[in-house]
Ligand binder design. Structure first.
Ligand code: PLP
Length: 470
């Protein structure tokens, strides 16, 4: 270690990083080599020069540079899943992003009333816009829809009963389960109906002095077909309204516009018009904005939620509010929303457009990797996304990629290398082909995907490259 730390190359590393970090990196590298030697390949180690100072220092430089790469970073989404929860759900529209940069890099009137010169509310900035776009009296924004649901149950039903259909006691993923959230809030769950059929009369029989809320949950991630029956919001409202019991609708995705591709998705305004007192939905699913939980509805109910202590715990950051305001403003002109909100833009592409994009992608890959691959444009079924409408299929196209030479490594190895590329590409492997779906790619990203494919191809099957090492 002393010898290594005294070299000129180590000196260069110290001036760039710090002495502590360089010594630590050398320690890591030495430990690796020591382990490899103990495992018995001393001959290979000597032959390949593992034990030379130059090797050790180069490795240490690699470790240091890798440490300085951010862990959270951009990827290219070639999965064909538009609202992909693992890949960050929705992308912000350019104007929404501008709002974030402005608000995050300067002081703002976040909680300041410029008219009165006194303290204001952070919720004022978007609640008017949300009310305008959905027809609600009032609105409140929290961190995500899970928080919105927990806040609603805690504020309106703690220690009392909430009636829900058995067919809607869903798990949304990431351990969000309606019965668990209910328990957490202190509300008592009253299940009515059966798995496949619940009628208004089931709800009616369960009503009691203890009933605090009638809840409908959108079964976002599965569909029941066949012999089924659900209770509509209008029917719930007919039971609740005369008794002063609020009706809530956890919509999940909550569309503000209706695209042909998700025409069956209930719109937020439909729920309110049908009589829901509160509607909750996500900011980053079909809305195409930042992660947020949006709550809209009657003034008295929203007010109850806003003044509950959990509202403070779930309160949104200024960057979220800025992004949300920027996104919602686009909805005043639905055509503009379709054009500039990436989630909506992706979902409104027709097959002609995706076929053209896939053709362009095939051409750039051919140009960069000609000969090594067999490429084909194929029709595909893209998805809206796990967090939104997992069953909804969007007609799309993909470039199917097969490796030509026999004895070459398989496409799953290529997929793994694509994930390690300087700008990683997440693709889909099926039927011995790697599929690069264009549903969630922008035209200007096609070239970048092709670069990553060329990079990955240069690495598969090369045993001299250790996986994960640049
Ligand atoms: C997605 C979803 C949630 C959770 O929303 P997040 O914004 O991810 O917290 C809750 N309920 C339903 C019905 C959903 O679809």
């Amino acid at each position: 270690m002393e010898e290594l730390a005294g070299t000129a190359e180590a000196g260069r590393l110290v001036s760039r990083y710090s002495r502590t970090r360089v010594v630590e990196a050398l320690r890591v590298v030495l430990a690796d080599v020591r382990r490899a030697l103990m495992e018995g390949d001393a001959g290979a180690a000597a032959r390949e020069g593992w034990v030379l100072p130059s090797y050790l220092l180069t490795e240490a430089a690699g470790v240091l540079s890798a440490q300085d790469q951010p862990r959270l970073g951009r990827v290219l989404n070639a999965t064909g899943v538009v609202v992909h929860t693992n890949l960050g759900r929705s992308l912000l529209a350019p104007t929404a992003l501008e709002r974030v940069v402005e608000v995050a890099s300067h002081y703002s009137n976040l909680e300041y009333d410029l008219e009165a010169g006194t303290r204001g509310s952070r919720h004022e900035h978007v609640s008017g816009l949300l009310a305008e776009l959905t027809g609600a009296e009032a609105a409140l924004v929290v961190n995500n829809n899970a928080a919105a649901t927990l806040l609603m149950l805690s504020a309106l039903a703690a220690g009392r009963e909430v009636i829900v259909s058995r067919g809607q006691l869903v798990e949304i993923g990431g351990s969000f389960r309606i019965p668990d959230i209910m328990r957490q809030s202190g509300a008592r769950l009253v299940e009515v109906g059966t798995t496949n059929k619940t009628r208004s009369s089931d709800f009616e029989r369960a009503l009691s002095e203890e009933t605090a809320l009638l809840l409908r949950v959108h079964t976002s991630n599965f569909k029941m077909v066949g012999f089924t029956e659900e209770v509509s919001i209008a029917e719930l409202a007919a039971l609740g309204a005369p008794r002063g019991i609020p009706v809530a609708d956890d919509l999940g995705s909550g569309a503000l516009v209706r695209l042909p591709t998700f025409a069956d998705e209930p719109a937020v305004s439909d729920s309110l018009r049908a009589g829901a007192d509160l509607v909750t939905f996500s900011g980053d699913k079909l809305l195409g904005g930042p992660q947020a939980g949006l709550i809209v509805g009657g003034r008295i109910w929203v007010q109850e939620l806003a003044t509950h202590p959990l509202a403070r715990a779930f309160r949104v950051d200024k960057m979220t509010l800025a992004a949300l305001e920027g996104t919602l403003m686009l909805y005043r002109d639905p055509e503009k929303a379709l054009e500039s909100i990436p989630t909506l833009r992706f979902m409104s592409r027709g097959p002609a457009e995706t076929e053209r994009l896939a053709g362009d992608l095939k051409a750039v890959i051919e140009k960069k990797c000609g000969g090594l691959l067999e490429l084909e444009v194929e029709a595909s079924e893209a998805k809206a996304g796990g967090g939104a409408l997992p069953l909804l299929e969007l007609p799309s196209h993909a470039v199917a990629l097969r490796i030509v030479e026999a004895g070459q490594p398989g496409v799953s190895e290529l997929a793994a290398e694509l994930r390690r590329a300087p700008l990683p590409v997440i693709a889909r492997v099926s039927k011995a082909a790697l599929h690069l779906d264009v549903a969630a790619l922008r035209p200007e990203e096609l070239e970048l995907v092709a670069d990553a494919v060329a990079w990955a191809l240069s690495r598969v099957g090369r045993e001299d490259i250790e996986p994960g090492r640049p």
